[in-house]
Design a protein around this ligand. Structure first.
Ligand SMILES: [Zn+2]
Length: 203
């Protein structure tokens, strides 16, 4: 069975206890179980098969159950291009997340005002406070809203932690350059004291 290029509606959605295959065809993983030669789903989700490896599994319907649209999170920018930034979410609704969740920030969600490219918004290593706008994979976040934006930032020249100069403008206490970011009103506030990685990790 080839699952490529299928839309969501084309998948076989199953409930716990639904028969999804027979044991001659596939080996079940932890999302399903075998009984009397048949394989049954343990969870709500869609059936995925790998014919070559004879594997079958059920992908949960809500793999990111803890995330909802509108949730407020904190995360670190991992890499970026002109139009998008990839952000790892470490904190959601004031709780730490054990395994960071990868999310995407698109330039159109960076600010209410026009911004030409992501380099005016943030840089890798920065910490952001954001809102979830798409809770399914790929997760999308927005910086548009009260208190959202960059909360911790590092100098692109020398790596020092930047200081607040004025809204959307930061200054390096070491090399004295000024740099644009879309700043949150919580910039520099200790929102993530326990989360903050060492500079070595950041650079
Ligand atoms: Zn500097």
């Amino acid at each position: 069975m080839n699952n490529n290029k299928k839309s969501d509606a084309d998948y076989d959605w199953v409930l716990p206890g639904d028969k999804i295959a027979v044991i001659e065809e596939f080996l079940p993983d932890e999302t399903c179980y075998e009984q009397d030669g048949s394989i049954y789903s343990r969870i709500v989700g869609r059936v995925m098969t790998d014919s070559k490896k004879h594997k079958i599994s059920v992908v949960p319907k809500h793999p990111l159950r803890s995330i909802k649209s509108g949730d407020i999170g904190l995360g670190r920018v991992e890499y970026m291009k002109k139009q998008i930034a990839s952000v790892d979410i470490y904190h959601l609704n004031k709780k730490n997340i054990s395994i960071p969740i990868s999310a995407v920030l698109h330039i159109s969600e960076a600010s209410r005002r026009f911004v030409k490219n992501m380099y005016e918004v943030t840089r890798p290593g920065d910490w952001l406070r954001f809102r979830i706008i798409r809770a399914m994979k790929p997760v999308y976040i927005s910086l548009i809203g009260d208190g959202l934006g960059v909360i911790i930032s590092y100098c692109i020249q020398c790596g020092y932690e930047l200081e607040y100069k004025r809204r959307n403008l930061l200054e390096c206490p070491n090399c004295e350059t000024t740099q644009s970011r879309i700043t949150s009103k919580y910039f520099g506030k200790p929102l993530i004291r326990n989360l903050r990685p060492s500079r070595n990790e950041t650079r």
